[in-house]
Ligand binder design. Structure first.
Ligand code: ASP
Ligand code: MG
Length: 423
């Protein structure tokens, strides 16, 4: 017997028909002899609808009341799933955020889980009851409802799994696993049997939007084993114990999986692309201490996330060009802020470009293998794809290229690193 957390997203919960399918998947998982807790999202589109109501009611809405409104979507789906499970003859009940409770910090609309007290829930699981837990919500020390930020029910699921010492946290979603790259771009993309937390964190942060990035960070910290798998299952699909999806695991478990000889460790595990960034170049910035701080302090103050930064080699007159990227949605704001600070920073021109893409190759294998970056540069050069900026971490190399070349670059790299599926 194992203890399993199952999480279903908004698409799976959209309407009673789909909830019935979810209930069947849950019922079969329990019938395989396990203790089962289920974490659910609101029906697809519901949270957006609720956010809009808040805006209409009061443009300057109080985040505490916003949380009361938006948390309701998950209350509805958790109750409906419990009802549906009961109709199938299962023992099931819902556990709202304040009932477990899931204690979070006070920060309304972007709360973080602090502790989860689960003794009663564990008793209930022990009696063979299925626990249905609304994702996304918690309770603050002031005894008010909080929410964890958009996409937060992945994090709820991982937090619950950690709290009850689950053997596995299965995240059912609209893809059937983590691929070597976007299968819509590369037909020969392969589904991975396993990736490490570190790899998943890097992949999530560069555009592979399978899970909320925060949930992966939490899983790594708490050692929660995640499986990503498809919720579009046939009605006779077996329970997920034979691991049909992709496991997200520690380095140690990854080594064990590799030793079983099921696969070889690749230097590069995945290739991600992200078209949501924009590039800003400031020309002729004074090349002196404090100049770069003057640029990035105001951006940080406005919560604008800067990703890549390149300072060119200084020119003769004590000046240099500084290039960096920001999310496309923040470009106008960043530009206005910088214009505002022109006197303080001291630059000549702002050049912006939102027609760029970031391509990243990710893999823990890079730590012990040289030549990954040079393979990337050479492969792109062979196709005359120009690299505008580069950043690296221990397990990732990212480049900025022209957005029009995204698909070509991803395909070329997928082949270059030997990731293409055999014909
Ligand atoms: N319903 C929330 C949202 O749409 C949380 C989630 O589904 O993860 O952001
Ligand atoms: Mg989601």
């Amino acid at each position: 017997m194992a203890r399993i957390v199952m999480k279903f997203g908004g698409t799976s919960m959209a309407g009673t028909e789909r909830i019935r399918r979810v209930a069947n998947i849950v019922r079969r998982q329990q019938a395989a002899g396990h203790e089962v807790a289920v974490v659910v999202s609101a029906m697809a589109g519901e949270t957006d609808r609720l956010v809009n109501f808040c805006r209409e009611a009061n443009a300057l809405y109080d985040p505490a009341e916003y949380d009361v409104v938006v948390a309701s979507g998950e209350q509805v789906t958790s109750g409906l799933l419990a009802l549906t499970l009961q109709s199938l003859g299962c023992k099931a009940r819902s556990w709202l955020g304040w009932q477990m409770p899931i204690n979070t910090v006070e920060a309304h609309s972007k709360a973080r889980v602090q502790t989860i007290d689960a003794p009663e829930l564990l008793d209930s699981l022990g009696r063979g009851e299925i626990a249905v837990i609304p994702g996304f919500q918690g309770v603050s020390s002031e005894n008010r409802i909080t929410t964890l930020g958009r996409g937060g029910s992945d994090t709820s699921a991982v937090a619950v799994a950690a709290a009850i010492g689950a053997d596995r946290c299965d995240i059912y979603t609209d893809v059937d696993g983590v691929y070597t790259t976007d299968p819509r771009i590369v037909a020969k993309a392969r589904k991975q049997k396993a990736v490490t937390y570190e790899e998943m964190l890097e992949l999530a942060s560069v555009g592979a939007k399978v899970l909320q990035t925060r949930s992966v960070g939490l899983a790594m910290k708490e050692g929660v084993r995640i499986q990503v798998l498809s919720s579009f299952l046939g009605d006779d699909a077996p329970p997920a114990d034979d691991l049909p999806g992709t496991l997200i695991v520690s380095d140690t478990e990854m080594d064990a999986i590799l030793e079983e000889g099921e696969m070889e460790r690749q230097h590069v595990t995945g290739i991600a692309h992200d078209k949501n960034e924009a590039k800003i170049i400031l020309t002729r910035v004074p090349d002196k201490p404090g100049a770069v701080a003057n640029i990035f302090e105001p951006l940080a103050g406005a919560s604008i996330n800067v990703d890549m930064i390149i300072q060119n080699v200084g020119r003769d007159k004590g000046e240099t060009d500084v290039t960096f990227t920001v999310p496309q949605t923040d470009l106008a704001r960043a530009q206005a802020l910088l214009e505002d600070q022109r006197g303080n920073i001291g630059f000549n021109r702002i050049i912006t470009d939102d027609h760029i893409a970031k391509i990243s190759v990710v893999g823990v294998g890079m730590k012990s293998h040289a030549g990954v970056a040079s393979t990337m540069f050479k492969s792109l050069a062979d196709r005359a794809i120009n690299i505008q900026a580069i950043t690296t971490s221990e397990i990732k190399v990212s480049v900025i290229i022209d957005e029009d070349e995204t698909e070509l670059a991803v395909r070329v790299l997928h082949t270059a690193y030997g990731l293409d599926a055999a014909e």
